[in-house]
Write a protein that binds this ligand. Sequence first.
Ligand code: FAD
Length: 462
Amino acid sequence: MPTKDRYDVVIVGAGAMGLASAYHLIDRRPELSILVVDARAGPGEGSMGASAAMVRDVFSSSDNRQLAQSSIAFYRHLMDEHEELQGPSPLLDLYGYLWLLPERYLNEYRDLVRGSGGALDARMIELSDLRSCPGLDPTPARWFEGDTAAPPDAIAGGLFGRNCGAVAPEMLANFYFAAARARGVEFAFDLWAQRLSFEGREGLLLHEPSKLPYSFQDHVEGRLRIARVVFGDGTSVRTDRVIVAAGAWAEHLLHPVGIATACSPRPELLFSVSGREVDRLLAWTPPVDPIDAPAGRPRLPFLILPTGATMKPIFGEQRIWIGAVDHVAHPIGTREDPATESGLDYRADRLGDREAFATDVLPAVTPYFPGFDTTGLRLERSWGGYYHFSPEGLPVLTEEACGVIFIGGDSGSGVMKADSIGRLVAALYDGACEARLFPGGAYRLDRLSLHRRAVEEERIIL
Ligand SMILES: Cc1cc2nc3c(=O)[nH]c(=O)nc-3n(C[C@H](O)[C@H](O)[C@H](O)COP(=O)(O)OP(=O)(O)OC[C@H]3O[C@@H](n4cnc5c(N)ncnc54)[C@H](O)[C@@H]3O)c2cc1C
């Protein structure tokens, strides 16, 4: 529970973005009293804990690319600095992404690499080089038995991204948590931030019984500021700066005080499978040259099929995690209803809809890997979290005159950009116009704002 009655700033959410924000804010402003609250029992237990936690810099948007490259470089730097992050299972493992591409995307991806002027460490792979992939059928004849639609696109080649791989989310969360706490940031877990309140601010007129301000005060400069954060257990702390890094649940806190985010949460699922076909695929030595290759041998990369289905190798466990971004099978919105639950009853396993594996996911995989039918595969576990989608697939970072900073809109790639985002949030809090990325380079903060947004749409969302 919070130990003080008042903090300079309260961060709501100890997920990827809230943790990195706390870390960089205390680094930049060591004198601040900072409280981080999270409804979960520990750091990184929201969507971050449900995530595939992959990292890549292959994005169509140069903003996403910069944010990811800076974060990946910083995660590698952390490993170099801290021996405990090097192994036995490392914080960052850049074993690569392999996009299996149909003809119509080959040129687009080729142009992306060329157009990056060397910023992207990626290369095209010939179809003939992919033929050694066990179980892969590059030219599927149908979606599934009995379906009459035209078959899915044939694979015409591939793109291998080298500055791509996996991060260990619990290691990352624990690093930020421990480092921020060691510098004086206070954390309160199992604590639900119920509402942002204007109550108690001197001179501010509030309606009864809603306790919301008379709206004319919006035009009185400096009057309309948040005064406290009220928790689900009825307690509260005073503050006049709040950073909302609440992921998919941000709107529950922001909409009641009139703050729009333009973002929407959607459940996204992962399925852990094992079996004969998984073993065969994991044994493949692919014709690629990853940055990290223990014993000098390339391993199965993270595979992206033309249908958008993804396959993440879990080395040492003989498992693969399968996912497929879903825009239709599960409606927009969080399944939890904090208003009636007076807390956050989020359970990753409960979101994991096992039936969706057969109905929505396998049909996107089996045309290319026919052995991944029910006989070659065991479904061991399913779970889910949320993607918090922004309209263009890039993060949203806004500051409201009432003292609230909102960061969200991860669009399914928030772990791989979290460090940069933390830098941006700290700079925005400090009144700066730009932030320094890692290891160098400036990034203008208003590019991600809602009012002066200047980003191109991201086309590669996995
Ligand atoms: C299936 C799946 C696969 C994914 N794969 C990847 C991937 O490969 N790579 C990648 O980079 N990203 C991936 N993501 C996305 C990634 O999980 C998110 O981008 C990331 O977690 C966003 O971080 P966040 O801090 O905004 O949200 P979260 O990690 O969800 O953190 C928000 C925190 O806020 C807390 N909270 C919310 N409201 C309140 C409140 N009112 N009071 C107190 N606490 C509150 C929650 O408990 C939570 O801990 C995936 C997500 C899913 C679901």
